[in-house]
Ligand binder design. Sequence first.
Ligand code: NAD
Length: 388
Amino acid sequence: MAPKTPSTPWLSIHLGNFMPDAPDSWQFLFDRAKAADAAGVDKLTVSDHVVFGENLEEYGRPEVGGVAGGKQPTGPDGQWLEPMTLMSVIAGIDNFFLGKRKFIEPHLRNPRFHFAEFDLLDKNELAKYFEEAKPDLVWHVAANSDISYGTSFTDFDLKGGTIVTYNVLEAMRRSGAKKLIFSSSGAVYGEPTIMPTPENYGPLFPISFYAASKVACESLITAFVHNFDMQAWIFRFGNIVGPNPTHGVIYDFIQKLRQNPEKLVIRGDGRQEKNYFLVEECIDGMAFAFRSIPMTDETPCDVFNLGTTTISRVVDIARLVRDGMGLADSLIEIEGTKKAWPGDQPRVHFTVDKIRALGWKARFTSDQAVDVAIRRMLGHLGPLEVGS
Ligand SMILES: NC(=O)c1ccc[n+]([C@@H]2O[C@H](COP(=O)([O-])OP(=O)(O)OC[C@H]3O[C@@H](n4cnc5c(N)ncnc54)[C@H](O)[C@@H]3O)[C@@H](O)[C@H]2O)c1
């Protein structure tokens, strides 16, 4: 067949994808696809579900979703699309060290999502996976995201952050993958003399093992991109809040008040101030930068602070959690130490002018993001108010 050019006609057909006789079988899809290929069809299209809403975990639970719950997927259609549309995939890897399978359950049903469970410290497994997947774009977000571990196990972030990142970069190099999005952290600034802190602040003197690891990761990334014709978008986040936390201040306060509704003890001096923003805004910001800010031969990688322009105080978060849980009479007690734990940064405030000048800003203020996150975690979600 002659090669296709933009002006050559293309023949596409839609694959009928419901088989009333054998709803559980998808073999007929392959048979039809092969027949279409043999007949010279250039493109196949198949329909797919769009899943949206707050309680996405219900999507994967037939007893509340599906036919019984009146939510997608309906009837037998859950079974047939996956094998077909898996041919164009998002590949995800997690070892559920901090994340939980139930968080991604709804996405496991997405026919374009392929998931593998293994530890990114397994360099050979990772290299093999990349070799097969040949990813066009790598979002590397895996890390130990709980900063306090580092003090008890001093090689924890070295392995789970730095070595894991090296393994990802090496797998990229070996498989020919060129583009990387990396989640660093505002923690790299340590206790800076300039606040709000810009991206070009330095030297970077981190105060936690976690942040030291992020600085090392950033350095490895710049070395790889410069030596192996890669490109990287590095993001330093504030505190991300979302519906499925495994740790963090809001999560801690909720747990503590569930255990003792009479009193909430705040570690540190209660005056910690940090920039909080919603996980969907975080992803949106990264995607914006990737789409809109091209890397070049001269600048193959760049770094962006990502968050809101505002910050929230921990004592205000405590009040919001307490009130949100209907425990307005609970006593809030402040421990009084300067830091909540060794390695904690009482104030994290960086400037997001760089990404704003390039055209992206968060829609929610830090306080609004905290409020939304509390309501999500408590299951009290009402209309969201936006403004900055
Ligand atoms: N949450 C925040 O406030 C925040 C702030 C700044 C930077 N970051 C960075 O953003 C990224 C995502 O953070 P998050 O809060 O979503 O963390 P998270 O813990 O919810 O997600 C990280 C995921 O990586 C997985 N993982 C960790 N080590 C792994 C390994 N060796 N192999 C396979 N999977 C592994 C964990 O199981 C988890 O599901 C992290 O790199 C974190 O350091 C987070």
